[in-house]
Design a protein around this ligand. Structure first.
Ligand SMILES: [Zn+2]
Ligand SMILES: [Zn+2]
Length: 177
């Protein structure tokens, strides 16, 4: 997924992982995680069931980023993680992304590459947009997070379903008045 000129499929992947692991209706089973990696163009073929625990831990680590309402807070968090996560930026060429950056050391495991890529893509996102593109769904009773990768960047809901439900409720409330 391309946003603002970056090949940053890690942004949507980070939101999907946080929802899989931390949302009430989330599914963080190995099969669901494998599907998530495939949908977000990571090397899902390398995923093994034993990796699930590491992915779940990373999903919990990233949740506060989406909940942050102050840029300083989000910046400090990403800076701390960028010092903890092994990084060794280099260029790579492979489908479906063509020439692009890899951030983890070349021989890293899938989960290590996933951590480095999601982290760097979130960092690039806030450099460009501050916290305007990420958040917790505005629908009543929904605890899912979103990352807006559209050009317009006006998203406030995790899904069309939540946006529609909220709009219908607002419409009914107006009619009652
Ligand atoms: Zn790559
Ligand atoms: Zn929602």
């Amino acid at each position: 997924m391309r946003i603002t000129g970056y090949k940053s499929h890690g942004v949507a992947a980070a939101a999907a992982l946080v929802n899989a692991v931390t949302a009430a209706a989330g599914d963080d089973s190995p099969d669901a995680l494998r599907r998530l990696l495939r949908e977000n163009e990571f090397f899902w073929q390398e995923f093994e069931d034993a990796d699930a625990a590491d992915f779940r831990r990373w999903g919990r680590v990233l949740r506060p980023f989406f909940e942050a309402d102050r840029l300083e807070e989000a910046t400090a968090m990403l800076n701390r993680l960028m010092l903890e996560i092994p990084m060794h930026p280099h260029l790579a060429v492979h489908e479906p992304h063509g020439l692009h950056m890899h951030y983890a050391p070349p021989s890293s495991r899938l989960v290590e590459r996933f951590r480095a890529t999601t982290l760097m893509n979130l960092a690039e996102l806030i450099v460009e947009h501050g916290l305007g593109r990420t958040g917790v769904c505005a629908a009543d009773g929904c605890d899912r997070v979103y990352a807006d990768t559209s050009r317009a960047g006006r998203r406030r809901f995790c899904s069309e379903a939540c946006a529609n439900r909220t709009n219908v409720a607002a419409f009914r409330a107006r009619r009652r008045e």
